[in-house]
Design a protein around this ligand. Structure first.
Ligand SMILES: Cc1cc2nc3c(=O)[nH]c(=O)nc-3n(C[C@H](O)[C@H](O)[C@H](O)COP(=O)(O)O)c2cc1C
Length: 326
């Protein structure tokens, strides 16, 4: 039987790219890391390699955006051949751009189509195919609406895991950002889904800011997905291996994480990446510590400059008081 990861970092467009995931992996060896959403169109017709990732990122899940079963199957197969550990279908993103392509949260209204999509992917891969969804859309926000969605997609397509962002989405009228803040969180709905579908793996997402809260959710559910807090305050991940996964490895210090990034950064720079593309994910690392503002500012002002290398991070690190053992 397949088990959901007890903790994961959410898919976040423009944020959870491969540099970010490499950095997060240094903070936690066990957390499941999701890619940004990648559309089937980008993979099939795009010019770049949209499936590139670093081996060190495992376990890593690819989130796909799309609603054409054949295209999704093509992309899932490619991803599985490339070694991804899970494929996740985005049924939660409410942006207009996404709705025009008929995928994301609007697919909640078409559970049969979602089931077809999941079935088509499961047909061609052995890795888990999971779904990330909301608790409802627009006026379709009853518990029955959600159960109908979950039962159809699990029974028809054999989907075994759902990650539920525990708020509904308004498909028009709210921006994606507002749709992450305004509709109220309703965790009991996610708990009730687990009670009603005990054979399924259910993870919850939305508004989780601490590992203590995560442990509370884990009393009711199989997994917790953290988005913004993991990105903006990444050091929250440093104790996940110990507190959530029960390992007895030492908790790494922030300074150690920065230094562990150096060899990676040097390799990436040698391959033509810019420091700023990597260091932008690291600026929240010292949140709430003395020197955090100077760390952040020095990186923001210098990492984008031509030829910038790890000396920028070394100088920024020197802004953190030396006597601070963090
Ligand atoms: C910058 C940003 C980009 C996001 N991109 C995606 C995405 O590509 N796919 C997706 O399913 N959700 C996306 N989300 C939503 C998150 O995955 C998550 O569901 C949401 O932020 C709620 O979790 P949180 O309160 O822990 O942040 C994005 C969120 C943010 C802040």
């Amino acid at each position: 039987m397949y088990h959901a990861s007890r903790l994961s970092v959410a898919p976040m467009l423009d944020w959870t790219d491969r540099h970010c995931r490499y950095f997060h992996r240094l903070l936690s060896s066990q957390t499941l890391l999701y890619t940004e959403m990648v559309t089937t169109g980008a993979i099939i017709h795009g010019k770049g390699d949209f499936l590139a990732y670093n081996e060190e990122e495992h376990p890593v899940a690819l989130q796909l955006g799309g609603s054409n079963p054949a295209d999704l199957a093509t992309c899932a197969k490619l991803a599985s051949e490339r070694g991804y550990d899970e494929i996740n279908l985005n049924v939660g993103c409410p942006s207009d751009r996404v709705q025009n392509g008929r995928f994301g949260a609007c697919l909640m209204a078409e559970p049969e189509l979602v089931a077809e999509c999941v079935a088509a992917m499961k047909e061609v891969v052995d890795i888990p195919v999971t779904v990330k969804t909301r608790i409802g859309i627009d006026d379709q926000d009853s518990y029955e609406f959600l159960t109908r969605f979950v039962s159809l997609v699990s029974e028809k397509a054999g989907c075994e895991q759902f990650t539920i962002h525990a708020r509904k989405a308004w498909l028009s009228g709210l921006s994606p950002k507002e749709n992450r803040e305004i509709p109220p969180l309703d965790y009991p709905r996610a708990y009730q889904i687990k009670k009603d579908f005990p054979h399924l793996q259910i993870a919850v997402n939305g508004g989780v800011k601490t590992l203590e809260e995560s442990l509370e959710h884990l009393k009711h559910l199989d997994g917790v997905m953290i988005g913004r807090e993991a990105y903006q305050n990444p050091y929250i991940l440093a104790q996940v291996d110990q507190l959530i996964f029960g390992l007895d490895t030492p908790v790494k210090k922030r300074k150690q994480i920065v230094e562990e990034m150096y060899p990676y950064i040097e390799r990436q720079l040698a391959n033509g990446s810019y420091l700023g593309h990597i260091s932008r994910h690291m600026i929240g690392l010292f949140q709430a510590m003395p020197g955090a503002r100077q760390w952040r500012r020095y990186i923001s002002e210098n990492a984008h400059k031509k030829g910038a290398g790890i000396e920028v991070l070394e100088t920024a690190l020197a802004k953190i008081p030396a006597e601070l053992d963090v």
